[in-house]
Design a protein around this ligand. Sequence first.
Ligand code: PHE
Length: 445
Amino acid sequence: MSIIRDSFHSRIGFVLAAAGSAIGLGNIWGFPTQAANNGGGAFVFVYLMVTVLLALPALYAEMYIGNQAQKNPVSALEDACEGVSRNVGKYAGLFGLLGAILMLSFYSIVAGWMLSHALSPLAQLSGFDSVATWLGESSDLRNLIFTPIFIILSALVIKKGVHAGIERWSSRLMPILFLLLVALIIYILQQPGASEGIEMYLVPDFSQLKDPNLIIAAMGQAFFSLSIGVGGMMVYGSYMKKGEGLGKLVVSITALDTLIAILAGLLIIPTLFVAQHMGQEVFTNGQLIGGPQLIFSVLPTLFESMGTVGVYIALMFFSLMSMAALTSTISATEVPVSYLLESKGYSRGKATLLVSIIVLAACMTLVFNFDTLFDAVISWVNTFQLPIMGLFYFIVVGWIWKRGNLLKDKAVIDAKPSLKLWGNYLRFVCPLLLTVVFVNTVMAM
Ligand code: PHE
């Protein structure tokens, strides 16, 4: 007996859900600070190149495998690897699933910080000043409370299913996120000091183009930003009707993700310069502050110095961050949930519960071994997990997968010759380019 799969009900719902996965802390925090520290406009330029030449094709490959299979990522890769060995596909799928859990293990902690910072101004507005201060200061107790809260929020959406949960919530949150972002940009750009930030962000320092680390940084950023390599985009692709002009949808998702990253730069970098104008230290050793200190120290101090309006700005900013994070964590959570549901016979409710417990355990392992594990896990995911899986997708689509792969279907290609070019691009150019960058990354370590 085949069970009818839950699915997205509209193309726009699918695009918003996938854009929701893509648009996250990587865009609003990672992209602007990387740009500021890697030659401003030069980084933006290289990022756009890498996105078009490599990340977009990788996103296509990931979604295409899921879309054709109409199954969870483990089963989809198993099917696609049938010609060689189903086990290869299965273990690759499980490796992606592990990546999803690892991604959630650090992302949910940071998302919890965003949430507590979003509640802090609300506490302040309600007159609970000491609560507001506590919410804005990092502590183990705060992690112990807010990481689980965030995991529960994701679980509540996932438990509702693909249409009633993921599609509905992405369609609600993404437009709000966009409006909040634009409103914040308009406000910040009117503050003294902002224009210097725009200059640093957009005027390219092309001398930095010679630095191989620039391409490596841009590629890592592009893959993370488009959520490539953990199966989240594959599972979303599988919930879309087969053959619905996937190429165009992938282009829209990439364009939205890139637009938000570039807009976020127009918010974050000028904000840093406004903070500098107000007397804050925003450079260390000539580098713009980029890590947690930027988001959780420089920005809150700035918002505080703005008086009452700053309380509302802080509320808007951290709500924006929390929403961006939520639509990203739900896509990663759906990967193991869909696997348990389809391959292990779990109900959606049970699968969501089990995955949430596993993610919570992983998060707590990081919380209690923060200094040794936190950065290490992030760097593992970015440097190895995502590019290796990206490469694997190219090899699957270009070389391994035959049955059901339209790019390998002679009749289809004969009818549409441009497909042949695209197929060859994915088959030869992408794996080669990706390998070159990957080898450079490993050598630069
Ligand atoms: N794309 C998300 C971001 O930019 C992160 C993410 C990675 C989400 C992998 C899901 C899977 O923040």
